[in-house]
Design a protein around this ligand. Structure first.
Ligand SMILES: [Zn+2]
Ligand SMILES: [Zn+2]
Length: 334
């Protein structure tokens, strides 16, 4: 059996890998557990025909059908988790639950990408220090929303809420950072936590802010606090939304914190003695591929990650904004 096969994985948990088209992550791992009314799914999967086929055939392979789904609990609003919710609800009458802090994010994600939307995005990139050529490249890139309002949640999750399963329950653990309303789900009286994208076995989840150059909110500090929150529970194993199971959530959370400490130090080094915009310092840092080869959307994600780190360095007084600069320019504080 391969990791990409739908299968029971012990403790009454079924794992259904749902493909994400053209994405290096490969799959979203949807987990299913029996509930009083059928099945509860943890997350749903990407919104296209290929993913739908993966979800429905996966459920069949473990002895179920899409009509068994009583509800979907979402770890967060990202489209590889929410995309298929609408179609599941239409087929099975399932309810869809998400933390309230992610609901405005979901609404923003599915809004029409019209002229107003584009103008706002271009203004945002200009505030980061993007040149006219870079703005034109962004404008020319495809901007279709990755999913639609059809997948909107109809129930709200709160921290500590318990979701009834067949003879047991799932507890909601609020872990903001990767998204403002990210939650993990702890199987009560068990050593298993569904960690969504908060803690992954191999990859370090994206943490970023999309208001350039700096958001008011210190997203990175929030993410680290959420890692510390799950890091206190020793002996807990994790089932993440991408990749292999996590032997020790606390240990992996500690490694992710260390990774961000290194990234912060890399950013300070990238400044050297120079005055740089968010765009310039982002370009100097190391990413998953060379800057030149990155698509406009890839650059946007890199900028957002860099913006969250820059915001944290400003909060820690390691970097300061140069007064009166427009677009904003930052400098290392020695
Ligand atoms: Zn995500
Ligand atoms: Zn994901």
């Amino acid at each position: 059996m391969q990791d990409t096969d739908a299968a029971p994985i012990g403790n009454g948990i079924l794992r259904i890998p749902v493909p994400i088209t053209d994405n290096p992550l490969g799959h979203t791992l949807v987990y299913a557990v029996e509930s009083p009314g059928g099945l509860i799914l943890v997350d749903a999967g990407w919104d296209d025909e290929n993913a739908w086929e993966g979800l429905t055939s996966g459920l069949r392979a473990v002895g179920h059908s899409i009509t068994d789904v009583e509800g979907v609990v979402l770890t967060h609003f990202h489209p590889d988790h929410t995309g298929l919710c609408g179609r599941i609800r239409e087929e099975s009458g399932a309810w869809i639950a998400m933390h309230e802090a992610d609901i405005p994010m979901f609404e923003q994600m599915v809004e029409p990408r019209d002229e107003n939307w584009l103008a706002g995005e271009l203004k945002n990139l200009a505030r980061a220090g993007a040149s006219a050529k870079e703005l034109a490249a962004f404008e020319a890139a495809p901007h279709d929303p990755p999913t639609t309002a059809r997948s909107a949640p109809d129930r709200v999750l709160v921290d500590g809420q318990e979701i009834p399963l067949a003879g047991r329950s799932l507890r909601t653990v609020f872990t903001p950072g990767h998204s403002p309303g990210h939650v993990c789900f702890q199987l009560v009286d068990n050593d298993i936590m569904f960690t969504g994208d908060h803690v992954l076995q191999k990859t370090t989840p994206h943490v970023g802010s999309f208001i350039f150059p700096l958001e008011k909110h210190d997203v990175l500090a929030e993410f680290i606090e959420s890692l510390q929150r799950v890091g206190t529970s020793t002996g807990i194993r994790g089932l993440g939304s991408h990749g292999l199971p996590i032997d020790c959530v606390a240990g992996r959370a500690g490694e992710v914190i260390e990774h961000h400490e290194e990234r912060l130090s890399d950013m300070v080094d990238a400044f050297g003695e120079d005055h740089l915009t968010l765009w310039q310092v982002t370009k100097r840092m190391t990413w998953y591929k060379p800057w030149k080869e990155m698509s406009p959307m890839g650059r946007m994600l890199a900028l957002s990650e860099a913006s969250a780190h820059l915001r944290h360095l400003v909060a820690c007084c390691d970097v300061a904004r140069v007064g009166g600069s427009d677009p904003a320019v930052f400098v290392r504080v020695c």
